[in-house]
Design a protein around this ligand. Structure first.
Ligand SMILES: NC(=O)c1ccc[n+]([C@@H]2O[C@H](COP(=O)([O-])OP(=O)(O)OC[C@H]3O[C@@H](n4cnc5c(N)ncnc54)[C@H](O)[C@@H]3O)[C@@H](O)[C@H]2O)c1
Length: 329
């Protein structure tokens, strides 16, 4: 792909953001990261400049937009730990919802009308139909999911007033690591099952907790759609090209299209690592759907995107290799 232009990536110092900056740079774009480094890391800002700032700081955003005049924005900055959001709703609404509105307002003031928003599968809550397509009703069950949903639902309103081109990518469960060991991996706070299993395989925790074994799924544990961050980054680069060319705005699922249970993830890490992974049973968590898997027909059609590295064994092997390599360093 041969793109050009400056792309502001909010949250670009994080796990997904660093993969996206790397892919944007490889695609010919100049990424600039806007991040407060609250969970991200300066070391991960390798493909462009860092603008240090809070997504809720309107003056800082306006000053930066007027100086940089980016061609488009990829918006990822936010708080991301779904179970924690239940106990900190104010933080999650402030950062993910108020922060997004503050960003959209600063963009409009500076005349920047191209946006790719990093939304989440959490907006679907407990879908009645799987795989879930973009027309299914939204039913977010946690403050995290609701904050992502609220930010997403403002986009058509902003676009009507400001003639903005936008895509919201509803990203499913990102797991795995950059095979080149350059872009980031999930921070220690992430509660995702792949990271938790890798930590248990390394002996950093005594066991991986399986939250619920009596769901109505084949093996009783929740089923999720895991997608590799390199694949997700590819989708975002295509989305940037799409909005820059004035393509139609809308919502797109980004997943592998495959469902894997928690027990299958643990088995994949056992295969990748050759280690035993002790498990312990925990209670079902509020807001955990039995199953959520992406229908990815629309993104294939609109962006010509398909996952290439998102089979479970590839994801588990990359997560394991990265974690063990980082431990040695
Ligand atoms: N990782 C996933 O599985 C997943 C799935 C769906 C959607 N997403 C979305 O992708 C985005 C990135 O997630 P991630 O997994 O890379 O998480 P992450 O925590 O690694 O990245 C979030 C980044 O946002 C920054 N940030 C947080 N609060 C900020 C603030 N107030 N001002 C400026 N910067 C701030 C952090 O420092 C960090 O660099 C999020 O918006 C998340 O909702 C992630």
């Amino acid at each position: 792909m041969n793109g050009s232009g400056t792309i502001l990536v909010t949250g670009g110092a994080g796990y997904l953001g660093s993969h996206i900056c790397k892919a944007l740079a490889a695609g010919g774009y100049t990424p600039v990261v806007y991040d407060d480094l609250s969970t991200g890391s300066r070391d991960l800002v390798q493909w462009g400049e860092l603008e240090l700032g809070d997504i809720c700081d309107r003056e800082r955003l306006s000053e930066m937009f007027l100086r940089l005049r980016p061609d488009a924005v990829v918006h990822l900055a936010g708080l991301v730990v779904d179970p924690v959001s239940i106990f900190e709703p104010d933080n999650y609404y402030r950062t993910n919802m108020v922060g997004s509105l503050t960003l959209f307002r600063a963009m409009a003031e500076a005349g920047v009308y191209k946006l790719v928003y990093g939304s989440s599968a959490a907006v679907y809550g407990m879908p009645e139909v799987n795989p879930v397509d973009e027309d299914q009703p939204l039913d977010a069950l946690t403050p995290y999911g609701t904050s992502k949903m609220m930010a997403e639902t403002t986009l058509p309103d902003f676009a009507r007033v400001h003639d903005m081109d936008w895509l919201a990518l509803r990203v499913f469960n990102v797991a795995g690591a950059d095979p080149d060991r350059e872009a980031g991996r999930p921070s220690i706070d992430h509660t995702d099952i792949m990271s938790a299993t890798v930590r248990a395989a390394l002996g950093k925790t005594k066991a991986v907790t399986i939250f619920g074994t009596e769901y109505e799924t084949e093996d009783g544990t929740p089923v999720r759609d895991f997608v590799h961050p390199t694949d997700v980054a590819d989708a975002f680069v295509r989305a940037v090209a799409h909005v820059l060319s004035g393509g139609p705005s809308g919502l797109l699922n980004i997943g592998s299209g495959l469902g894997h249970s928690v027990k299958e993830v643990i088995a994949a890490v056992v295969r990748a690592s050759g280690q035993d992974v002790p498990t312990e049973d925990g209670p079902m968590r509020p807001g955990d759907a039995p199953e959520i898997v992406a229908d990815i027909d629309l993104v294939k059609e609109i962006l010509g995107w398909a996952p290439k590295m998102s089979d479970l064994d590839t994801i588990a092997a990359s997560a394991w290799q990265r974690q063990t390599a980082d431990c040695v360093l």
